[in-house]
Design a protein around this ligand. Structure first.
Ligand code: SAH
Ligand code: SF4
Length: 343
């Protein structure tokens, strides 16, 4: 049976036309799904009863309910969702002055194998469907408003690009969730052809996880660099279509003794020269089984100040939700030991 949450507006229009209905009904259904969070066709009272019953025979509306919600001392919430096949994914809600940012997952695990990332050590189980991606947002919307959506949870969004593009369209569509394209960010480890396709097909903010300033170091930290080395990646960034005044975000995870020297900072300035961009520094979040370490605060401050002095827009992202393993790179789609009841 078809899950309407897996369809773009256009695909829903075609589905309705195929069963002899009017195309404009798709917009009405979309509004129910994404503006009113309907979970059944029966709720869609501007459709005739007969039509609603007919839809219920041909199609379904999937949803996700969090199995566990963990609350951090800093207000961050981590949602654990169990999918129909038993796999688990996580989403993280980060409340900041007057706005809520939701960090969502695009895959179960990740195949990219970055040396510093816990998600990466779990390898890829599978891509999420469009429905599973958007249902993370729908589930959280049941509780609180969501102002920003970032694809920075589990997985490499550009490795699941068809589904991610479909979701991006629904998130930003006037008939869908109506989130401004300025409030949606896709983060990538640097899959160049997919990055180019993303730029062609949708308007969205782009974050690129740079994390190193030489190919030698980046090859070690992020195996994707062997396929698309820095020069190719940065050329693609230069060409990425940025509407009025927007900037690319370069994420840079600072790892002690690996990429946190002033020489690294110098090279970073050179690499991003000429690209409208800002730099997001993230102190490495340590996790079990990984020997990498977070630099001390003085080293982080020194790196930050160097960029600032070169007139680069830089923020050092505070690690939110570390006490519930909800910080960057700590998602693993499993229950924390302390809340696992069946062991
Ligand atoms: N796969 C995408 C999006 C998910 S990762 C990507 O790599 O961009 C989101 C961010 O978390 C990336 O910038 C990544 O570099 C960062 N990250 C991963 N592991 C981390 C860790 N242990 N500490 C801090 N940041 C980490
Ligand atoms: Fe995957 Fe991103 Fe983690 Fe790399 S940093 S393993 S691309 S989720």
């Amino acid at each position: 049976m078809i899950d309407v949450k897996n369809l773009s507006l256009e695909e829903l229009e075609n589905f309705l036309l195929g069963v002899g209905k009017e195309k404009y009904r798709a917009r009405q259904i979309f509004k129910w799904l994404y503006q009113k969070q309907a979970t059944s066709f029966a709720e869609m009272t501007n459709l005739s009863k007969e039509f609603r019953q007919d839809l219920a025979v041909r199609a379904m509306i999937s949803s996700l309910q969090p199995e566990v919600v963990e609350l951090s001392v800093d207000g961050t919430r981590k949602y654990l969702f169990r999918l129909v096949d038993g796999s688990c994914i996580e989403s993280v809600l980060i409340p900041e002055e007057g706005r809520n940012t939701l960090c969502i997952s695009s895959q179960v695990g990740c195949a990219m194998g970055c040396a510093f990332c816990l998600t990466g050590t779990f390898k890829l189980t599978r891509n999420l469907t469009s429905a599973e991606i958007i249902n993370q947002v729908c589930a959280v919307l049941q509780e609180v408003p969501v102002n920003n959506v970032v694809f920075m949870g589990m997985g490499e969004p550009l490795a699941n690009l068809d589904n991610v593009i479909r979701v991006l369209k629904t998130l930003t569509s006037p008939d869908g969730m109506q989130i401004s394209t300025r409030k949606v960010t896709v983060s990538t480890s640097g899959l160049v052809p997919e990055l180019e396709r993303l730029g062609r097909e949708v308007t969205v903010n782009l974050a690129v996880s740079l994390n190193a300033t030489t190919d030698e170091e980046r090859d070690r930290l992020m195996p994707v660099n062997r396929r698309y080395p820095l020069k190719e990646l940065l050329t693609a960034c230069k060409r990425f279509p940025l509407p009025g005044g927007r900037m690319i975000t370069f994420e840079y995870v600072l790892i002690s003794g690996v990429n946190d020297s002033l020489d690294d900072a110098k090279r970073l300035v050179k690499l991003i020269h000429g690209i409208p961009s800002k730099v997001n520094l993230i102190a490495f979040n340590e996790h079990e089984g990984c020997s990498l370490r977070r630099p001390d605060q003085a080293t982080i401050d020194r790196f930050h100040k160097f960029l600032l002095d070169k007139n680069i827009t830089v923020i050092t992202r505070s690690s939110r939700g570390a006490d519930i393993s909800a910080a960057c790179g700590q998602l693993r789609g499993k229950l924390e030991k302390s809340v696992t009841s069946d062991k």
